[in-house]
Design a binder for this molecule. Structure first.
Ligand code: PMP
Length: 285
């Protein structure tokens, strides 16, 4: 369990880390966040995460009230106070305390919460054997509704999809956009490999611009693989040679079955395994 939590402007004991019932983050899911990994006591892709947080805040017109440097400093202090060597940071910015109405501008000051702790999303065995997924009947948010590029505190769209995965005994679920193209998983980005070429949906298909996705694309290109960002259909997923997901919490995980269709021989693919290895080398470099 975390030793100290950053709350607004200081570190407090976990039992003292309380938020108001009038915080719009709680009342309306009004806020933004980041999930960030720490490898070997270093914060992975720190700048990318901070930039994305500030971009998400800009889209929803949330004034964080601190510069990127000031907030980054608070994150670093929280990691140190919790003596995290390998772990996970949850950085949350809420709209802050307001009244019961929707008006976000009545909230005087953004709320800041930083939790630094350990994380294990899936058991080790699933990384070795691969994960089973199902297609979700819940459409990913339309970009003209709540743009999936905004990493907001409103995850109900993803939670509804996740419930479908849990109900069918799968580890994750694939979400499609309003056109029927693959958007992303409920908490990860999607990649497939066909005839040695790596494919991933463009961010415009309605997924988060994942930091792990960006790193994997760069690493794959460095290994001379062709990486193509293009719209993918359900059939593309059913008939690919390899399939994997990327995300800060999940890292790189193979998918071996989707909707009852086995991917290739049902074992994690060789290129995926290579990229997974390269990812950890990079994360710890
Ligand atoms: N899509 C969604 C909906 C997510 O919540 C996440 C983060 N868990 C991702 C994709 C992966 O993004 P990242 O690699 O930046 O963690």
């Amino acid at each position: 369990m975390a030793k100290k939590i950053w709350l607004d402007d200081k570190l407090v004991n976990p039992e003292d880390a309380m938020v108001s019932v009038f915080d719009h983050g709680l009342l309306y899911g009004d806020g933004v966040f980041e999930g960030i990994r720490v490898y070997d006591a270093r914060i992975f892709e720190f700048k990318e995460h901070m930039d994305r947080l500030y971009e998400s805040a800009k889209v929803i017109r949330l004034e964080i009230g601190l510069s990127i440097e000031e907030l980054s400093d608070a994150v670093t202090k929280t990691v140190k106070a919790n003596e995290i060597i390998d772990g996970y940071i949850r950085l949350i910015v809420t709209r802050g305390v307001g009244d019961l109405g929707l008006n976000p501008f009545l909230c005087k000051k953004a709320g800041i919460i930083i939790i630094a702790d350990s994380i294990q999303l899936y058991p080790k065995e699933l990384y070795e054997k691969g994960l089973k997924v199902v297609s979700s009947s819940t459409m990913r948010n339309h970009p003209l509704a709540l743009p999936p590029q905004v990493k907001s505190l409103n995850y109900l769209n993803n939670i509804l999809a996740k419930i479908e995965a849990i109900d069918s005994g799968a580890g994750e679920t694939i979400m499609y956009n309003h056109m029927g193209y693959v958007a992303e998983a409920s908490g990860d980005n999607v990649f497939i490999i066909k005839d040695g070429v790596i494919f991933t949906p463009p961010v415009s298909a309605g997924g988060l611009d994942g930091i792990t996705r960006r790193a994997v694309i760069k690493l794959a290109r460095k290994e001379n693989f062709q990486v193509v960002e293009q719209n993918l259909t359900r059939v593309d997923l059913y008939t690919c040679d390899e399939f994997f997901l990327t995300g800060t919490a999940a890292e790189v995980i193979s998918i071996v079955e989707i909707d009852g269709r086995t991917i290739a021989d049902g074992k994690p693919g060789k290129i995926t395994e290579l990229l997974r290895k390269k990812f950890f080398e990079y994360a710890r470099s």
